[in-house]
Design a protein around this ligand. Structure first.
Ligand SMILES: C[S@@+](CC[C@H](N)C(=O)[O-])C[C@H]1O[C@@H](n2cnc3c(N)ncnc32)[C@H](O)[C@@H]1O
Length: 272
């Protein structure tokens, strides 16, 4: 099954930057949390959608359509807060959040003065984001490949579209990418295309942060989508280097024999 929304860890301790998130709401992916909570929340066992190993954008739209609307703002990802200095060595910067859902990370990065661009295929999530953040004056307009929600200062934009339809030369160039449950959520038939499109929008000195679940059972349907580290390396290609910030063993949480959650920074290979 593809990785999913609406669960988040305990939040830990982090600095809030200029806006009040709802301290107890959990509206984001946290793959360390494991299977118990997800089954409880989404009744996975009764739902044929959760038998699928790979989700298309239509599956995501179906899933999100069944979720109750929520106006909560949630909290930024702990790992974004922890690693922001690695992802954005200097701010303000221009950062892309592909497959962003309604992540609070958009707002958190915006409040730090950055130029923030999200891409999300399910409009309900994007409209819910802007409903929750109703203090952000914004407009909605059509664009050639979908719809654009943007703040009046143009510093926060979220494109509603299929990421595989984004023309590579339009949104960038970006200093950084924050890929949280995105590389692993995209249907595997589109994964290489996804990487090519996103990496085609980067400045030469980019930092691409990727959160990835990996090396789980190959037939796993009842947990987050997982890849192998070999897939990760091959999709990003020989001219890019992976730096592992952290790896956690999450097999027990998901009730499987092996599964890991890593936080990785992809950069251009250093010139020798
Ligand atoms: C696991 S969620 C991650 C959401 C967000 N990054 C977060 O941390 O909460 C994956 C998201 O990818 C979106 N998605 C999946 N396939 C897509 C596609 N082809 N184009 C655009 N969005 C897509 C889904 O709608 C979903 O919101």
């Amino acid at each position: 099954m593809a990785s999913h929304h609406d669960h988040h860890g305990d939040g830990g301790h982090y600095e809030r930057q200029g806006w009040e998130g709802d301290s107890d709401d959990e509206i984001q992916c946290n793959h360390e949390e494991g299977v118990g909570k997800v089954q409880h929340e989404h009744h996975m066992m009764d739902d044929p959608l959760f038998e699928k190993k790979q989700w298309t954008l239509a599956d995501w739209t179906d899933f999100v359509g069944r979720m109750p609307a929520s106006k909560s703002r949630g909290k930024p990802s702990m790992k974004l807060v922890q690693y922001v200095g690695e992802i954005l060595p200097s701010e303000p910067a221009k950062i892309l959040l592909p497959l962003c859902g309604k992540t609070p990370d958009l707002r958190w990065l915006y409040e730090r003065g950055n130029e923030v661009v999200g891409i999300e295929g399910v409009e309900k999530l994007v409209s819910e984001f802007f409903e929750a953040h109703d203090d952000l004056t914004h407009t909605v307009e059509d664009c050639s490949f979908g719809k654009l929600y943007k703040t009046s200062d143009n510093r926060l934009k979220v494109y509603v579209c299929d990421v595989t339809k984004v023309p590579s030369d339009t949104l960038g160039p970006f200093d950084a990418v924050f890929d949280w449950g995105a590389f692993t959520a995209i249907h595997e038939d589109n994964r290489q295309k996804y990487v090519d499109i996103i990496t085609g929008m980067l400045k030469p000195d980019y930092r691409y942060f990727v959160e990835v679940c990996h090396d789980g059972p190959s037939d796993m349907t009842s947990g987050p989508s997982n890849v192998t580290l070999r897939d990760l390396k091959l999709n990003f290609g020989p001219n890019r280097q992976l730096r592992f910030l952290e790896t956690r063993d999450i097999a027990k949480e998901w009730g499987v024999d092996a599964l890991f959650n890593s936080f990785v920074i992809v950069t251009a290979s250093e010139k020798k």
